[in-house]
Design a protein around this ligand. Structure first.
Ligand code: APR
Length: 307
């Protein structure tokens, strides 16, 4: 079992570390274009194995030979946001990068499940889908798990209740118009509206939508990576351990929720066959309208791609 992580920057290196520490694969291959960086980070990580107690081998490289026959490829390569930038501002530069990488993934790992992390997420997932020519269930994006993790964290801070007891889902594109579902947010089954006043909930939803930007403002020279890598690795784990997790992921839609021909964040069942099912849950009219608007903005962005 081999997992490859493309991009050995903040998100990629942290993904590789999490995969190794969880022993999700026998081998993690970390690829980057910068000579020495994946090799150095990979070796450094491997040298933590005796202390952390894992047997996963970590190989750093600038090529794709070593990625051959990966079960899962996590693509994180590309530019990250700086203060004042939206995710969409990264579109054209990152599309070229993701396209080149996807060609190599298709060549060396034709049976891989491909998880996209590079932003703008839903658009980059489309680029990988088109370039690899893989079946749509094999190419999906990490966004909803991260957005939901942020939302659950903010609710936990508000209530002083364990994050484990807060169930929620955030759908839509990975942008400021994402759709946190209040109607499916509960604390151990108790509807959130019984525990948090609407006014505060509105503020928490707004903070969730701008959660990525909040971190960019603090960091100034880059964007978030601890929570994004945790989210991507949770998805990889669902695949390699065939967990059948029900998670919000960016998936190719063919009419589900009344949306087609675009990627957007929806509830899916993730297992060894990738996106094994898209789960069409009931939404309020307002949620439906928000999901549609969010998916339409992804679609418009895809239409402007120049690849
Ligand atoms: N092939 C491989 N690696 C590449 C390529 C390429 N063609 N182009 C760039 N990279 C590498 C860079 O050399 C760098 O090491 O991608 C890495 C990106 O790392 P960071 O700049 O640290 O960015 P990071 O925070 O990891 O974010 C990466 O994930 O969450 C998204 O918005 C974020 O799009 C961004 C991506």
């Amino acid at each position: 079992m081999k997992i490859s992580v493309i991009g050995a920057g903040n998100v990629g290196a942290t993904c590789a570390q999490r995969v190794a520490e969880k022993e999700l694969a026998n081998e993690v291959v970390l690829v980057d274009i910068i000579d020495g960086v994946p090799q150095g980070k990979g070796l450094d990580m491997w040298e933590s194995a005796p202390v952390e107690g894992f047997d996963t081998r970590i190989i750093g490289t600038n090529g794709y030979e070593e990625t051959k026959d990966s079960s899962v490829v996590i693509i994180t390569a590309g530019l990250a946001r700086k203060p004042g930038m939206s995710r969409d501002d990264l579109r054209d530069s990152n599309a070229g990068i993701v396209k080149g990488i996807s060609e190599q993934v298709a060549k060396y790992s034709p049976n891989a499940k491909v998880i996209l992390v590079t932003n703008p997420l839903d658009v980059m997932t489309y680029v990988a889908f088109k370039t690899t020519g893989f079946k749509p269930q094999n190419v999906f994006g990490q966004a909803g798990v991260l957005d939901t993790a942020r939302y659950r964290t903010f609710l936990s801070m508000e209530l002083g209740i364990s994050v484990r007891d807060i169930q929620a889902m955030v759908l839509g594109g990975h942008g400021d118009d994402m759709v946190p579902l209040l109607s499916y947010t509960t604390v151990s089954g108790i509807p959130i509206t019984q525990l948090v006043p609407q006014e505060r909930l509105d503020e928490i939803v707004d903070r969730t939508r701008k959660g990525g930007g909040e971190i960019v403002k603090y960091l100034k020279t880059g964007s978030a990576y601890y929570a994004p890598s945790a989210a991507a690795v949770e998805m990889a784990e669902a695949v390699v351990r065939d967990k059948k997790r029900l998670l919000p992921c960016s998936a190719w839609l063919t009419g589900e929720f009344g949306i087609k021909d675009t990627y957007a964040g929806v509830p899916v069942i993730l297992g060894k066959d990738g996106v094994e099912k898209i789960v069409e849950i009931e939404l309020s009219n307002n949620e439906k309208a928000m999901l549609n608007a969010s998916a339409n903005s992804v679609k418009e962005n895809i239409a402007q791609l120049n690849i």
